[in-house]
Design a protein around this ligand. Structure first.
Ligand SMILES: [Zn+2]
Length: 440
């Protein structure tokens, strides 16, 4: 009996000691972006915490229980850049025995969200603090802001008018021809656009360009250290630059920085800017390093066209688990995208677009598969925007990894995608917006 008690005591002591040793914060990361700044604290086992938002001056306080101040936590302050949109300063100190207090001094009032993520992939337990602006930026307003600068001779009066218009276009008014108004604000007069494009189109066509992955979610890795999230952003930026040169097109980057956007958030963002097309850019990976070539995917409502497409869609959809989504936010996104619309017509257009892009990609790279494949990709679930996912090349293939990191080749990939988009529009002219609005 005595022996039994002694064994139990020893076990308790060991458990306490190991829990203490394991409960250190192993990594602290900051992902600043205009959309939101994310702070991630990673640990091998779950960390108990208390979270508090305090006013005058605005600051966020996180009390971490059962951890010590270590180099990972101390390094957090240095990871906050001076130009972080929300965080002014980070202070870390031992508050009382067994409790470390992290204080984030803010630049103003914010909407914070704190949540935990279970281990996934290479990540352990994560404590995540997302800092959102009080008033989320209206992406359409931001676009008009950019065009304001470009309006020739556009003085203060013009800017004011644009702002009024921006406000008007964000209101739900199906009767207004929003893109026509946008076109008026563009740096070229609408008449020039009509000459440059088919006569029935007198508006700017908006291409939503989505750089896959980002922030906590690096995507696939190449043998020589390239990360998919960097390659996709570089190609996306080149594609936007090329699209913007077109007289009647405008590119909108869904992600223009190293931060994560949940998959449904990307869909919502494309809809908010009234995108005509959505192109998600990725760089494939496979266990066998000789897998190579470009491929293009569209959404499927029922099953996948092949086991490989199903596998890829699952892998890409796992981005939300790696990138980290607060369940509350995910629900909001889902509510916004679950519309009572059939996706069948849109999927047919997506297939046509995919075929055109695949044809162009075939001119600069081997094709991994000669036809557009379909599976349940979450990022392609816009009910009314033709959407494709382009696996530009295999980052896991050393030769293709080298090409993917090459500026010239990135431009070629962008040009091929744009070429496909132009072919698609030549055969399928975009609808006048009023028609689309009445379908909404
Ligand atoms: Zn990917």
């Amino acid at each position: 009996m005595f022996a039994g008690i002694r064994i139990a005591l020893v076990f308790l002591l060991v458990a306490a000691a190991s829990a203490h040793a394991e409960n250190g914060i192993t990594s602290a990361r900051v992902w600043p972006a205009a959309d939101y700044t994310r702070v991630t604290l990673e640990s091998a086992s779950p960390v108990k915490y208390q979270f508090l938002a305090v006013k005058n001056p605005d600051r966020l306080v996180i009390d971490l229980e059962g951890v010590d101040v270590n180099s990972a936590l101390e390094g957090l302050a240095a990871k906050v850049a001076a130009d972080d949109p929300y965080i002014k300063l980070v202070r870390v100190a031992r508050n009382k025995p067994g409790v470390v207090r992290v204080v984030l001094d803010l630049k103003g009032e914010v909407k914070p969200q704190m949540f935990t993520l279970l281990p996934y992939g290479e990540y352990g337990h994560r404590l995540v603090l997302d800092i959102y602006p009080l008033q989320p930026a209206d992406p359409l307003m931001a676009l008009l802001g950019q065009k304001e600068v470009a309006v020739p001779g556009g003085g203060k009066e013009q800017a004011e008018k644009s702002r009024e218009l921006a406000f008007a276009t964000t209101q739900e008014n199906p009767a207004s021809d929003k893109p026509a108004e946008l076109a008026k604000l563009a740096d070229k007069p609408a008449r020039t656009e009509m000459r440059a494009w088919k006569p029935e189109v007198s508006r700017l066509i908006t291409i939503a360009i989505d750089a896959g992955h980002g922030g906590e979610d690096p995507g696939a890795h190449g043998k020589n250290g390239s990360r998919e999230k960097d390659v996709t952003l570089a190609i996306a930026r080149r594609l936007k630059a090329q699209v913007d040169v077109e007289p009647n097109m405008r590119g909108v980057l869904i992600r223009d920085g190293d931060f994560f956007i949940p998959l449904h958030g990307r869909v919502v963002k494309a809809r908010n800017v009234k995108a005509d097309l959505f192109v998600s850019i990725h760089a494939d990976a496979f266990v066998k390093p000789d897998a190579r070539g470009s491929s293009v995917f569209a959404l499927s409502e029922r099953g996948a066209t092949s086991a490989a497409a199903r596998w890829l869609a699952k892998k890409e959809n796992d981005a939300d688990l790696i990138g980290g989504v607060n369940i509350d936010v995910k629900d909001v996104y889902l509510k916004q995208t679950l519309l009572d619309l059939s996706q069948t017509a849109t999927i047919n257009d997506s297939l046509k677009l995919g075929k055109a892009v695949l044809g162009e990609l075939g001119g600069i790279n081997d094709l991994h598969k000669g036809s557009v494949e379909q599976a349940g990709f979450a990022v392609l679930k816009s009910p009314d925007i033709p959407s494709i996912l382009v696996e530009t090349a295999f980052i896991s293939n050393p030769e293709e990894e080298r090409k993917l990191s090459d500026d010239g080749y990135q431009d070629k990939l962008a040009a091929a995608i744009l070429g496909g988009i132009k072919h698609y529009f030549a055969k399928n002219p975009p609808l006048a917006r009023s028609k689309m609005a009445s379908a909404e």
